[in-house]
Write a protein that binds this ligand. Structure first.
Ligand SMILES: C[S@@+](CC[C@H](N)C(=O)[O-])C[C@H]1O[C@@H](n2cnc3c(N)ncnc32)[C@H](O)[C@@H]1O
Length: 198
């Protein structure tokens, strides 16, 4: 396969190597683990149904903060949706450098993140918590589920160009050069969609 999907969680897309660090990858490997977690009330019916459908068996472990276990110039396309903002900036730089390395020349990296500009515009004095939730995912008790940085069109473009991508441009929802955008793109109302060409 020539397409790499990073931080996919349960958004498994055919024709892509779907990757994440979610513990559900390991739950899926252990017989009866999902049933046990359901009985203990640790996963809900929806997640249990996903395990019964063997969804997480199609997700491969890949930690984007480290060197990717792939040869250079192996992929045509890479994609990540609402994953980059969960990394600190130095970690995001490692991830983007690795994506640049594993893409062929002319390959596409499509990124979707919450749009910092529109989050800032949404601030209302009467309801600061809505802003804080959008900004930091502050309702999340686990640190890994919170946002560690946020991007505007300008800063994401600077980061991608600074990492060596040739051309970077903003896209509309489900529009762009990356294939399979009907299956890949989500959260149109809150997202900034960008593509970077190596
Ligand atoms: C908000 S979810 C987005 C899931 C999916 N891409 C979507 O658009 O619905 C963020 C995902 O990034 C993953 N993630 C966080 N840190 C990661 C890392 N270091 N390497 C790979 N995936 C990571 C999380 O496990 C989680 O599944």
């Amino acid at each position: 396969m020539k397409n790499l999907h990073l931080g996919c969680f349960d958004q498994v897309v055919e024709g892509w190597i779907n990757t994440d660090v979610t513990p559900h990858i390991f739950v899926a490997k252990l017989p009866f683990a999902a049933s046990a977690l359901r009985i203990l009330g640790k996963i809900d019916e929806h997640r249990y149904a996903q395990h019964r459908q063997k969804l997480f068996k199609n997700v491969r472990y890949l930690n984007v903060k480290k060197r990717f276990p792939f040869a250079s110039e192996r992929f045509d396309n890479a994609f990540s949706s609402h994953m980059l903002e969960h990394l600190y900036v130095d970690e995001a730089k490692i991830c983007i450098r690795e994506v640049h390395r594993i893409l062929k020349r002319g390959g596409v990296f499509r990124i979707s993140v919450p749009d910092l500009d529109s989050v800032v515009r949404s601030y209302e004095q009467a309801d600061p918590d809505a802003f804080l939730t959008a900004m930091y995912e502050s309702g999340e008790s686990r640190d890994k589920n919170r946002h560690h940085w946020m991007y505007s069109e300008r800063t994401l473009k600077e980061l991608l160009i600074g990492t060596g991508f040739d051309k970077v441009y903003r896209c509309a929802y489900r529009e762009g050069r990356c294939p399979d955008l009907i299956e890949l793109d989500n959260r149109p109302e809150v997202s900034l969609f960008m593509e970077a060409i190596k």
